[in-house]
Design a binder for this molecule. Sequence first.
Ligand code: C5P
Length: 291
Amino acid sequence: MREPLRGPAAAVVRRAHAKINVFLRVLGRREDGYHDIESLVVPVSLVDTITLRPIEDGARWVVTSGPAAEGVPEGDDNLALQAAEALARRCGTSRGALIEIHKRIPVAAGLGGGSADAAATLLGLNDLWRCRLALEELSEVGAGIGSDVPALLREGPVLIEGRGERVRPVPVTRMWWVLHPQRFPVSTPDAYRWWDEDPGTTGPDPAPVIEAAARGSAEELGPLLFDDLEPGVVRRHPQVARARERLLGAGALGVVMSGSGPTVAALAGDESQAREISRALPGTIAVAAPP
Ligand code: C5P
C-alpha cells in the first residue's frame, strides 16, 4: 500500500448520495442496446462517504469499508476507480489518489450507489487534481462510466432523458420516504432485458407526477409513482410485490421500485410517519429526498 500524504489540506471528503427514481418511463430499446428513458431522479439522505487523498507516485487505489462494503470490488470493476482513471485521461494528469469509500448504500439495489461514488469521485478529484473541468465536461466523462452518473453529478433533483445523459435540474419539494432494500441483487442489464422479453409497457405522460413532486404534495404524488421496469422484476422476484404490500399496509401513500430495483421506495406523509413505518418494518430506512 502506498503511503498517502497526510495533513488537513491533503484530503477531499465528499458525500455520495443514493437516489430514487420517482418515476421511470421506458420508451424503447435502441440500436446500441440501451433504452431511451425518462425519469425523475432525486437524491436521498442515505450516503456513502468518499475520502480522496493524493498519492505521490501517481498510483490510484480504492479501499472500501462500512456496513454495505461486502461484495464491492476494489479493483478495475469499481466505478469510482474507473471514474478516476477516465478523469486522469481527460485532464491529462499523472497524479494519483487513494479513494476511500465508506459504503452505506446497498449494492445492486437500484439506489445508484456505484454511480454516486463515481460522481463524487469525479467532483472531488476535479478539485484535488486541479483539473478545472466544467460540469458539462465531467458529465461527458461520467456518462462513459454509468448511465446514472450525469444525473448524480448534479447533486439535486433532475429529469433525465436519452439513456440518462440528458439531464435537466427541476424543483422537487423535500418529502420523506422509506426504503425497503431486498436481500438479493438485480443487475441493471437484466431489468432492461426483462422489459424487452415480456414485453414491457410504457407508462403515462409524466407531467402530473413532475408537478406533484414540485408542489411537494405527498397525497397527490403517492398514486402517481411508476416504474416501467417494476413488472418484469416483480414477475421474477415476487418478494418485491410483498414489500410493496407491507409498506402500503403500514400506511405509505404510494410505493414504487427504484430504477432497476429491487429496492422499493415508499412515500410517507411526513418525517414522523416515515420513522413510524420504518420502525414497524425492520430493515427499512427512513430518508429525506432531496436531502
Ligand atoms: O450505463 P450502465 O452501465 O448503468 O448500464 C448498464 C446496462 O443497463 C447497460 O449495458 C444496458 O444493458 C442497461 N441500460 C439500458 N438503458 C439505459 C440504461 C441502462 O438498457 N438507459
